[in-house]
Design a protein around this ligand. Structure first.
Ligand code: UFG
Length: 349
């Protein structure tokens, strides 16, 4: 059945892709985003847009909503180490207000954007949900704190919730993709090098205990990730997407990892970008980045068995191809806008 959903952070990377998937599935969507790191033009057409902070969710929520998908958060590991207060304040503070607004308006279903950073340095690989939770930075700690708050809310007040712990989200879904400023993630950085917008990619460490010495990560396509959110919401409504998938009743907090179960090294990513783009990508050796575990690979068995999820875009070249198409279309749009502006200011002179 079609529902009405609040998507906090729907002007950001993952939030916009999930909002687009909800609309395509026939749901109605209200996006709440303060545009601090999101973009107004990333909000899908067909979604209602409210500019505001999660802290103000009470202004938007009422009993007509079937659920909330909560993405709005700061998400830069390095920044969280430099400015931890910003992360506690926004990520935890915003979620406190959101949970209270949900309780007061009687909206009883939540999908939360959690992260593999809640586990910290893994003891074994692949990582299962019962692995110990020992985040190594305030970003991961703030997300883990929200997971704990959600568990309490489910037990005390009968909320149904699914926390999805993302590994390395990558790729684009049509016109929705990754735009950070400055860019901080590996794949978009390597694509900028391929485009000639950056001279070289710095490889952070080549003496890790991995097959080629560079860090291994589990890259999951953003559209596969989005599908898991719709399945999670359906499971809370008791609509099984897949025979055998369990349901998530009121009072339950289900936590699921989302990754594609395959690890790729930094070198493999760079090599794949060379193949996909046909451009040379110079690399330079750089010291290890603080806090980087050697290897982060998910076991997503629980998402498969409980939600009926099946990632379908697990080939790294395919993931990189979608990100490349997105990067090129953004660049040509930026160039057109700059040319139009140039023509305009030229005319005024
Ligand atoms: N890397 C480079 N050079 C770069 C950028 C990245 O070598 O210029 C390396 C990193 O050291 C790391 C890998 O590429 O080994 C991937 O780095 P990203 O910054 O793209 O992603 P992370 O694995 O650091 O972080 C991701 C999410 C976080 C989340 C974390 C979970 O972006 O939000 O996984 O641990 F917290």
């Amino acid at each position: 059945h079609s529902g009405k959903y609040l998507v906090t952070g729907g002007a950001g990377y993952v939030g916009s892709v999930v909002a687009a998937h909800l609309l395509e599935a026939g749901h109605s969507v209200v996006v709440l985003d303060d545009l601090s790191t999101g973009f107004r033009d990333a909000v899908p057409e067909g979604a209602e847009f409210v500019e505001g902070r999660v802290q103000d969710a009470a202004r938007v929520l009422d009993s007509s909503y079937d659920g909330v998908l909560h993405f709005a958060a700061h998400s830069q590991v390095g920044e969280s180490v430099q400015d931890p207060g910003k992360y506690w304040n926004n990520n935890v503070g915003g979620s406190i207000e959101l949970l209270s607004a949900m309780r007061e308006s009687g909206v009883r279903r939540l999908v939360f954007s959690s992260t593999a950073a809640t586990y910290g340095e893994p003891e074994s690989t692949p990582i299962h949900e019962d692995a110990s939770e020992a985040p190594t930075n305030p970003y991961g700690a703030s997300k883990l704190a929200v997971d704990h708050m959600i568990s309490g809310e489910c037990r005390a007040h009968g909320l149904a919730a699914v926390s999805l712990r993302y590994f390395n989200v990558a790729g684009a879904y049509g016109r929705y993709g990754e735009r950070h400023d400055p860019e901080s993630h590996l794949i978009p950085i390597v694509l900028q090098v391929a485009q000639g917008r950056r001279e070289a990619v710095s490889v952070f460490g080549d003496d890790y205990p991995t097959p080629d010495g560079t860090c291994v990560r589990d890259y999951i396509h953003v559209a596969d990730l989005a599908e898991a959110h719709l399945l999670a919401m359906a499971a809370m409504h008791g609509e099984r997407g897949d025979p055998g998938a369990g349901e998530v009743p009121a009072g339950t907090h289900l936590i699921c990892n989302l990754g594609n179960g395959n690890g790729f090294s930094v070198r493999e990513v760079v090599e794949t970008v060379r193949k996909v783009t046909g451009h040379p990508v110079p690399e330079t050796a750089a010291p290890r980045r603080e806090g980087d575990p050697a290897q982060l690979v998910a076991s997503a068995e629980r998402a498969v068995s409980r939600l009926g999820w099946r990632p379908t875009r697990t080939d790294l070249a395919e993931i990189v191809q979608t990100a490349w198409d997105f990067a090129r279309s953004r660049t040509s749009r930026e160039e057109q806008a700059a040319a139009a502006e140039g023509a305009l200011s030229g005319g005024e002179r």
